[in-house]
Design a binder for this molecule. Structure first.
Ligand code: C5J
Length: 224
């Protein structure tokens, strides 16, 4: 059986189909100045640093013909899917729905809500619009995974301890075998990223596995 060298132990790859890359929220709102992340006072350059690594994963999955799904966090223009608790939280200068330098903050379809140009999806690659932190909440992600017989998820994206970790926990509870790519995920808080990686793989992989992009790519290219 093919495996990815990973922590806390080797990650078993499915024998035929079943593996997908799930890239979380690599959208302008979080990665570029003037978006939601910056409005909350964060340093967006920390997130920009992983873009080349996520691109390497994306290219490899494309070359191998393996499915790639991406998510964006955003709300309907009338904000009907934004709970008051989320809207009110944070005391930031720009609130969800306010006009900002990249259009209305965290609103679907606005320029800031687009996936960054470097990782733009190709035709046929699915983008899941999610109103929450977890990608399974109020979306058709589980339906998509089931219809495409996907059982194994390689996760990348931002931010590690918020939307990535929430999604990984949701997926783990639903029975998906999840691996988080250590150098293809980032946080505005490096210590939160390290803590998340440690807690995911603690207790024999209680939430799943972690590995570097090189380890993932070596295993996949060895399979090809
Ligand atoms: C946040 C995310 N941090 N994608 N969203 O609000 O992690």
């Amino acid at each position: 059986m093919a495996v990815i060298a990973a922590q806390p132990y080797d990650y078993p790859l499915p024998s035929t189909t079943g593996l997908a890359l799930l890239i979380i929220d690599m959208q302008r709102d979080f990665l570029e100045p003037g978006g939601f992340g910056a409005a909350l006072g964060n340093d967006v350059t920390r997130l920009q640093a992983i873009v080349p690594t996520v691109q390497r994963l994306q290219s490899a999955f494309r070359q191998l013909g393996l499915p790639i799904l991406q998510t964006v966090e955003g709300h309907r223009p009338d904000l009907a899917d934004c709970p008051p608790s989320k809207y009110e939280r944070g005391q930031s200068v720009l609130k969800i729905g306010d006009p900002g330098p990249m259009g209305r903050i965290l609103v679907l379809g606005e320029p800031g809500n687009q996936i960054i140009a470097e990782l733009a999806p190709q035709p046929g690659e699915k983008v899941i619009e999610k109103p929450g932190k977890g990608a399974f909440y109020n979306t058709n992600l589980e339906f998509l995974l089931k219809t495409h017989n996907i059982s194994h998820l390689i996760l990348a994206g931002v931010t590690t301890e918020v939307c990535v970790q929430t999604t990984m926990r949701e997926a783990n509870d639903r029975g998906y075998e999840c691996l988080l790519v250590e150098d293809a995920t980032a946080s505005y808080f490096p210590e939160f990223k390290q803590a998340t990686l440690a807690m995911v793989r603690a207790q024999g992989g209680i939430v799943g596995w972690t590995a570097t992009a090189d380890q993932v790519l070596a295993a996949l290219q060895g399979q090809g």
